[in-house]
Ligand binder design. Sequence first.
Ligand SMILES: *Cc1c(COP(=O)(O)O)cnc(C)c1O
Length: 431
Amino acid sequence: MTAPSARPPSVDALARSIADVGLPHPLLVEAARAAIAAGDAASARARAEQRARSLLRPVLNATGVLLHTNLGRAPVAHAQAAGYTNLELDLRSGRRGSRSDHVARLWADLCGAEAALVVNNGAAAVLLVLAALAPGQGVAVSRSELVEIGGGFRVPEVMAQSGARLVEVGTTNRTRRSDFERAVATHGEDLAVLLKVHQSNYRIVGFTETVEVGELAGLGPPVVADIGSGLLDAACPWLPGGPPPWLAGEPAARQTLAAGADLVTFSGDKLAGGPQAGVIAGRAELVSRCAAHPLARALRPGGLVLAALQSLALTYLERRGGDIPFWRMATVDAAELRSRAFAVVASAARGRVVDLASVPGGGTLPGVVIASAGVSLGGDRLAELRAWRRPVIGRVEEGRTLLDLRSVDPGDDSELASALSALALRTKPQA
Ligand SMILES: *Cc1c(COP(=O)(O)O)cnc(C)c1O
């Protein structure tokens, strides 16, 4: 739009000329100003488009990683009209209520717990439990469970932030009940919690021994199990076919409490399939101590998250697992994915149908793969696919781009086909 020798256009005129990018005017002005300052007014449009693309937006997850931390972990749908709710009002008495009463009680029911409390994420749940139950006191953990999960959640560091003191027990590969007994005997009253942390994203194999929750119960201090993934019940009563075989061995909230844990903590957006949240569930007296701690206020979620967690809890209680996107995607048959892949390839006139292996992801179930199917393209087409109007996120393996349909909602197949058919044909033969 600018001739090189012309006077630079006014910032405002330049911003108006790129209004079709669809950003609010002040952001267009920012792009225009930056372009003129760089002596390249013609770059204003590209700058504005880049800004628009940096905004939060829906993407198509064709990675086959069902709980992809970069893509928001579990897919959740939640819509609500603008309006007030009884977030902290007791409708019977008309007095102030607790925001734990409605939603948290449903989650307690789901886990078979006396009470529950919802916080912002799994890390917050662990932090709050330790701060409330072991201020300045000892917390015993097996040396095999001093884990780091994802960026930033390191058990010893969370412990330090909580004000509790780490009491390491056993060895990296083997920890026995007698190690915990000795810790209880040595530290006495000062040992406030026995903590069991799910190793989540790694495994120790070979000459190993671990202490189960049931063996810790009865040693004295309350037993807290950070199960992480948020599997609510190992029997998966919300799935008509029961638990899928790949779930075997994953600790579940209900069974962990039944085995003797006094509290469990877990994330809302891993195997629970909900929004980012953390749940503390177990004995009412301990949950109350967590709720009464000053940190509880700082870690509490907002009404939108609570509303989403409530509808998710009701769906679980109604045993409609097929209406929970994570469980629907995780349990669909590979044959069905294959026939969807054939339809996508036919409609796009691009790619080949391939058998693939999906993973649950989100730091859960390391090593577990779920048979899947999808589309393969020659070469690395990831950047082009990300540039599509609804960015498509895939993966590259051995020089091929793989698009796994297990993590794609069937309603998005036609969008995926459009993205594929819009890819430029490659003239160079692919490796
Ligand atoms: C994922 C995980 C966490 C952290 O939960 P966030 O919801 O990511 O904060 C803590 N502990 C365990 C065992 C986990 O698997």
